[in-house]
Design a protein around this ligand. Structure first.
Ligand SMILES: Nc1ncnc2c1ncn2[C@@H]1O[C@H](COP(=O)(O)OP(=O)(O)OP(=O)(O)O)[C@@H](O)[C@H]1O
Ligand SMILES: [Mg+2]
Length: 502
């Protein structure tokens, strides 16, 4: 068993402060060859910071790193890579306007007679991606592929160096079940070859599916290190949160008003676009949460984009409060009272160098126009209210949002759209990267807003979440709506409906 060997990597007494904010306080971590180790903790617990210290992004204020018995102090990710530590960071930091192959080999292009050997590069990139069962054109721009593929490319990049330690910060957040299984297959194979793998996730089931041991952080401190068999899910959650978590709410009950036939707020009549989404009918009433379920690529995001003016429908009609509307741009959608929390927060979302406050008020300001701006104290109040309501962990609202942990950035983005008090809120994967406790709080907040009359379109790859929160579920498959299910249906009903259409 792994523990009889010496650790491949050992961190001891690691501390890190950011301008008075203590991100890590004396944290230790041991990683053995041939193990998959889950690093767990709530949003802001210090997971990414620990990884960045380990991989030379930040220097530690205190503590030691020992790699195969030798003290090391990598000063950059490149140096860490040379030492044999390969990393996929939480923020996919690839170049969208380079090709897939260039991204895989950025900084270490294969050369032949001094010149870059493009042919070899493409061939090697194809071979690496084939290990992940991904067959794509590696000469195309990375940006032309969906987030999930980009994620896989980041992983291929990490695998392209012969590392003995592989670190993955939330690698599965954009992947669907099949892709997760594929990635786990690769990780198990690498484990078999003796690699030490550290892996951060907010999906508890994944921990139990693939990890051998778990290290838990809370508020920048080490809670403990456990063999996975000794830490069942409730104990893991208690270790992360510091208390037992209340039981989950029961499924939604539709408001009584609907039985008397409330008029839809949003109605789609055969709305579609060739190659994007087959004509679909859908109605969402005020106060109703309609879930969109389906596998990755089933057309959920595309449906949201057609409604929100991010793509033009070429057939069908869209009615808002019974009135026929042509929503040609997102700005038009916002003016009509819609809001969309996009799937990809890095490209469509946060403005990293702006403050938490500016990021939160951004959409509301946009809607009010230049002549009707919120005053500084109004902005301050609004931002502080949402920081409290969503428990966004930040020193204050002046902090640049880029300095927040991933999950807390996601909460601030949600706040931006909630602040517009939309009639219709479209949420595309709103709880991606959000920890278990915060997830429940966010879903409660959304249910509360719906109870006040907001209509919600809720997209999530986590079918259990869709089932729990929705009043009604529209199921998509292969860019087609294949049916609807009422509140109270189970996950299995959704999967059956998808499978029936195969
Ligand atoms: N560059 C930075 N400057 C200032 N504060 C930072 C910086 N990076 C991280 N922090 C702070 O350190 C703390 C830990 O953040 P970290 O990103 O490590 O959390 P995490 O456990 O990865 O959370 P998540 O699950 O949300 O990704 C947070 O309070 C965060 O705001
Ligand atoms: Mg993180």
């Amino acid at each position: 068993m792994a523990q009889t060997q010496d650790p491949a990597l050992e961190l001891a007494g690691i501390s890190k402060d950011f301008l008075g904010v203590r991100a890590l306080a004396g944290v230790g971590l041991r990683l053995f060859p041939g193990e998959i180790h889950a690093l767990m903790g709530q949003n802001g617990a210090g997971k990414s910071t620990l990884i960045k210290v380990l991989t030379g992004v930040y220097p530690a204020d205190a503590g030691t790193i020992t790699l195969h018995g030798h003290p090391v102090r990598p000063r950059s990710p490149l140096e860490a890579q040379r030492l044999g530590i390969s990393t996929v960071y939480q923020e996919v930091n690839l170049c969208p306007n380079l090709s897939v192959a260039e991204n895989v080999f950025a900084g270490r292009y294969p050369r032949r007679f001094g010149a870059i050997d493009w042919k070899a590069m493409a061939a090697q990139a194809r071979a690496l991606l084939a290990r992940l069962n991904l067959e794509i054109d590696v000469t195309r721009l990375l940006a032309s592929y969906p987030v999930a593929v980009q994620q896989m490319v980041a992983i291929a990049r990490a695998l392209s160096v012969s590392a003995r330690v592989l670190v993955l910060d939330e690698p599965t957040s954009s992947l669907d079940d099949d892709e997760v299984q594929r990635l786990f297959g690769v990780l198990r194979k690498l484990r078999g070859e003796g690699m030490a793998i550290l892996f951060v996730t907010h999906f508890l089931d994944q921990v139990y599916a693939v990890a051998d041991r778990i290290t838990v952080l809370r508020n920048g401190a080490l809670v403990g290190e456990y063999p996975v068999g000794e830490l069942p899910a409730p104990a893991l959650i208690a270790a992360m949160v510091g208390r037992e978590l209340a039981a989950r709410r029961s499924p939604q009950q539709p408001p009584a008003a609907w039985e008397r036939g409330a008029a839809p707020l949003l109605e789609l009549r055969g709305l579609g676009r060739r190659g994007v989404l087959q004509p679909a009918d859908l109605a969402v009433r005020p106060g109703e949460i309609v879930g969109l379920a389906g596998l990755l690529g089933s057309g959920r995001t595309e449906l949201a984009q057609l409604v929100f003016g991010l793509q033009r429908p070429d057939q069908g009609q869209l009615l808002l409060k019974g009135q026929l509307r042509q929503v040609e741009t997102p700005a038009a959608a916002v003016a009509l009272g819609m809001a969309l929390l996009p799937e990809d927060r890095k490209t469509d979302g946060i403005v990293g160098e702006l403050s938490v406050r500016d990021n939160i008020v951004l959409a509301l300001q946009g809607r009010r126009g230049v002549w009707n701006q919120l005053s500084a104290p109004e902005q301050q109040r609004l931002a502080e209210r949402f920081v409290r309501a969503l428990d966004i962990r930040t020193a204050d609202v002046d902090t640049p949002i880029g300095l927040l942990s991933g999950g807390n950035q996601q909460k601030a983005l949600l706040a931006r759209w909630l602040a517009t008090q939309p009639l219709l809120l479209i949420l595309d994967e709103p709880t991606r990267g959000i920890d278990v406790a915060a997830k429940q709080e966010i879903m409660d907040e959304i249910a509360r807003l719906a109870a006040e009359g907001m209509a919600v379109l809720f997209i999530s790859s986590e079918v259990d979440e869709v089932v729990r929160v929705s009043h009604r579920i529209a199921v998509l498959r292969d860019r087609r709506k294949v049916g609807e299910l009422p509140a109270g249906c189970g996950e299995q009903d959704v999967y059956h409906l998808i499978a029936e259409q195969a």
